[in-house]
Design a protein around this ligand. Structure first.
Ligand SMILES: C[S@@+](CC[C@H](N)C(=O)[O-])C[C@H]1O[C@@H](n2cnc3c(N)ncnc32)[C@H](O)[C@@H]1O
Length: 311
């Protein structure tokens, strides 16, 4: 087991198989007192929480939420030796306020949301998120949800499917992609990520130089379906809405987003709250990873961090 250094702390490499994004910057921006209380709305493998938790004493508390049971299990392992109290809850962050209050905690010093998925979830065939490997077309991060990506792809009418790919994937070829999907499913249902990726590639034909250089042709369609299956934007809106009441004076909220739809929501929420003198925005422009971090951790390449402080 080799050890690596993260934001000045040495940790075991398997424990951070998912490398926390912008960890160093966050450590610089968020100073928790030893008895600080934080909510990690997306506990994942506990990477970020481990860094903050290492600075908390026995009076400190971390409340960690995740919709994926496997993430909770991994976080439990990573955080088990921290001095502070760790409460891990299998819950959607749209319920953050209720869940925190249920623990007898009224206000917190810090809320962190590191959106998206962990590296391990991308390769987990039960998640069905990857177009790089053929897996069942599922995409439910929370297995309690009823609708899978295959349900959407096989049952939605062509226009609604095109609208969904356009709205959540921002793919200008959405109509063509939807048409190809509908034509294909006429013969047999689309049940795997490989099948869907191949159909999208066929719909888009030869990628343009610009598209080829940047992303896989199916990236936007997969993003759209993942957002729809997991109600990602709605959940984020609920979290942002509940945050001001949950933060104590001078408490901070930090959100790391991975696509412009999420970032736009965070940006406008912070701005609205600043206008109403509820927040002071700490990051006038979003903080992005350095080239060195991106080289070390490719998943960081589209990350944007925004921080606000309750007034
Ligand atoms: C990028 S990972 C977090 C990684 C974590 N910061 C770390 O350092 O290990 C995002 C996590 O959020 C979880 N997640 C996604 N949507 C969620 C939601 N609405 N509520 C709670 N957890 C969610 C995913 O299951 C995943 O484990």
């Amino acid at each position: 087991m080799h050890r690596i250094e993260l934001a000045g702390l040495e940790v075991n490499a398997p424990a951070v198989e998912h490398i926390p994004v912008l960890a160093e910057t966050l450590s610089e921006q968020i100073n928790l007192p030893p008895d600080g209380v934080m909510v990690d709305a997306t506990i994942g493998h506990g990477g970020h929480s481990f860094l903050f938790g290492s600075k908390l004493g026995p009076e400190g508390v971390i409340v960690g939420l995740d919709v994926d049971k496997e993430s909770i299990r991994r976080a439990q392992f990573v955080l088990k030796n921290l001095a502070c109290k760790v409460i891990l809850l299998h819950s959607n962050f749209s319920q953050t306020s209720e869940q925190v209050h249920k623990q007898g905690i009224e206000e917190v010093d810090f809320i962190l949301a590191d959106l998206g998925v962990c590296s391990a979830q991308l390769t987990d065939s039960e998640m069905g998120l990857s177009f790089k490997t053929d897996m069942p077309l599922d995409m439910r991060i929370d297995k309690r949800l009823k609708t899978t990506a295959a349900d959407i792809v096989n049952k939605t009418d062509e226009k609604s499917l095109a609208d969904l790919i356009y709205k959540f994937g921002q793919d200008r070829a959405s109509r063509r992609i939807a048409r190809f999907i509908v034509q294909h499913r006429w013969n047999r249902p689309i049940t795997t990520t490989g099948q869907l990726a191949a159909i999208v590639c066929k719909a888009l034909g030869r990628p343009s130089q610009k598209r080829k250089a940047r992303i896989h042709p199916a990236t936007r369609t997969f993003q759209a379906l993942r957002i729809a299956v997991n109600n990602e934007l709605e959940n984020l809106e609920k979290l942002l809405h509940s945050a001001p009441q949950l933060l104590n004076k001078n408490g901070r909220i930090a959100v790391i987003s991975f696509h412009s739809l999420e970032d736009r929501l965070v940006k406008s929420d912070f701005k609205r709250n600043e206008k109403e003198s509820i927040y002071r925005i700490i990051t006038k422009k979003p903080i992005v990873p350095t080239q060195e971090e991106i080289t070390r951790n490719r998943r960081a390449r589209s990350a944007k961090l925004r921080i606000a402080q309750k007034q």
